[in-house]
Design a protein around this ligand. Sequence first.
Ligand code: GUN
Length: 304
Amino acid sequence: MTATSTATIIDGKSFAEGLRGRIADHVARLKAEHGITAGLAVVIVGHDPGSQVYVAQKAKQTVEVGMHSEKYELPEDTSEAEVLALVHKLNADPAIHGILVQMPVPKQIDPNKVIEAIDPAKDVDCFTPANVGKVQIGLPGPVSCTPLGCLMLLRDHLGTLAGKHAVIIGRSNLVGKPMMQLLLRDNCTVTVAHSRTVDLPSIVRQADIVVAAVGRPEMIKGDWIKPGATVIDVGINRIDAPERGPGKTRLLGDVEFASAKEVAGAITPVPGGVGPMTIACLLANTVTTACLINGLVPPSDLTA
Ligand code: GUN
């Protein structure tokens, strides 16, 4: 009989819980020692059910770690000028240290105009050009939430990442590109693959670290994975699941979990892997910006 090995499951849910505990400690210390209550404002325009669930989670967890939370729910037909006016008001509000406008926004609103209106000092998504540049050259500030969450899980599991070959699949501004910057900063050799990459399986087979962020359910198969590699699955694909009952759905990652877990050394599940880290990192970024806005050095355990 041939021995088979099964990957360690990287438990993002429990890591995120621990991270939220550390965030709550920092929030309490900011209050006790400096009289600062970190504050996060979340803005949602329209009624996309998925976005509403995310935003409700964000607001709930903000309160749970002891922060001030403001939630703005604007109707679907809100004009671009109204959203920009709200962003300007929040930019000027000293109780608010982080502003998040949930994407996507309805079609009458240009998302780039909204992003550029956010004061970079309060840009906890790390979407503004100023903050994207800071991440690139390693200056302190907020770091894109999902890539930061992936980096924390990788460091926790592997220790040093230096010298590892990381293959990122996906080149989005939200995940692929900032992930590339963070892994380079941690001295990985980084390959960014995308929809035009030729022979993707053979490239993924070279990876010590795979970060899958393509948004295509179970595209990356177990036989693409190098034995022992660490696999971070960023995909959250909602799939119809009639076998669970009428109208039911389930979540699938970008990696075919059942086959990949037989080959990988470690893998994040979906759900319960990267997803919970994204919101925790949003809260971490709000502590970082609250410190920087007040001339304090941000805690090193909450950032890259
Ligand atoms: N929509 C989906 N993910 C995100 C995110 O991380 N930030 C914002 N602002 N919108 C999103």
